[in-house]
Design a protein around this ligand. Sequence first.
Ligand SMILES: [Zn+2]
Ligand SMILES: [Zn+2]
Length: 278
Amino acid sequence: MKGRIRFIAIAYFVLVHAAAVLGLFLPIRASFIALAAALYAALQLSTVVGLHRLLSHRAFRCPKWVEYALVSVAMISGQGSPIEWVATHRRHHAHTDREGDVHSPRRGFWYAHVGWILDDGSTDPRDPEKYCRDLVGDPYYRWLLRWRFAPQVAAVLLAGLALGWAAVPFVFFLPFVCWMHATYLVNSVCHAARFGSRAFDTRDGSRNVGWVAVLTFGEGWHNNHHAFPRAARQAMAPGQHDLAFLFIRALAAVGLASDIQSSPAGGESTHPAARPRR
Ligand SMILES: [Zn+2]
Ligand SMILES: [Zn+2]
C-alpha cells in the first residue's frame, strides 16, 4: 500500500459480503432468483456500456437521458461518481502495468483485484482534472461525488419495502457482490500472465480471458480492448461473444445509439505498435 488504508471501505466490504452470504441461508423464492439475476445483468450492462464504453472511451454516442439512465443504474453499485470512475480508468489506460497504474497485478494479484480500492494512495485527487475534463462540469456527476451511496441506499430501501427485508440479502447483496468480483476480475485476472491469451502485442500485460468475458458480458476480451480502446465491440475473433455490444446494437436499432466504433478498423488504438500476434 502506498497510502493509508481506508478502514471505512474495509468495514463496507465486510458488511456487504456478510449480507450476501446471509442471503443464502434465508428462505428463497423463485421470484427472488429472477430479481437477483436481473439486478446482476443491470449492474453489468450499465457499468460496462455506460461507465466504460460510453463515458470512458466514447465508443458510441447517445442522448443525454440515455447516458444518465445508464449511469444511474450503475450508481446502485455505489462505485462512485463517473468523474472518479472514468478518471481512474483513463489513468489505467495511460499507465497500464507501469508506474502510475491504479491497479496492476505487478503490485500483487489481490492488490489489483481489490487492494487498490482500500488504499488511499492508489489514486490522486488531481486525476479528475487531468483525465476527465469532459465530465467534471456535469452537475449530476458532481452531485454524485458527494452522494455516491444515495442510489444504493434508495435501491435497498425500495427492495426492502416492496419485497420484505428478509429478501434484501438475496435479491440485492448477493448479485451486488457477484457483480463486484466479476468486475474486479478484469483488473486482476485480465492483466495476470497465468490466465487466458493475447491476440495483440500491446505494451501492457492485458489478456483475453473467455470465462471473464462470460461473467462481464464481454469485458474479458481485455487484450483486444487495450489494443483498440475506442472500439465498442471488444469481441474481435470468431467464437468470442460480447453481450454488451449486442446491447449497444439494440440501442442503435431503436435510434438511441449512433457513431458506434465497432471494429478494430473503427477503433483508434492508443498503441501504434499494436498488431496481431503471429
Ligand atoms: Zn486493463
Ligand atoms: Zn477501458
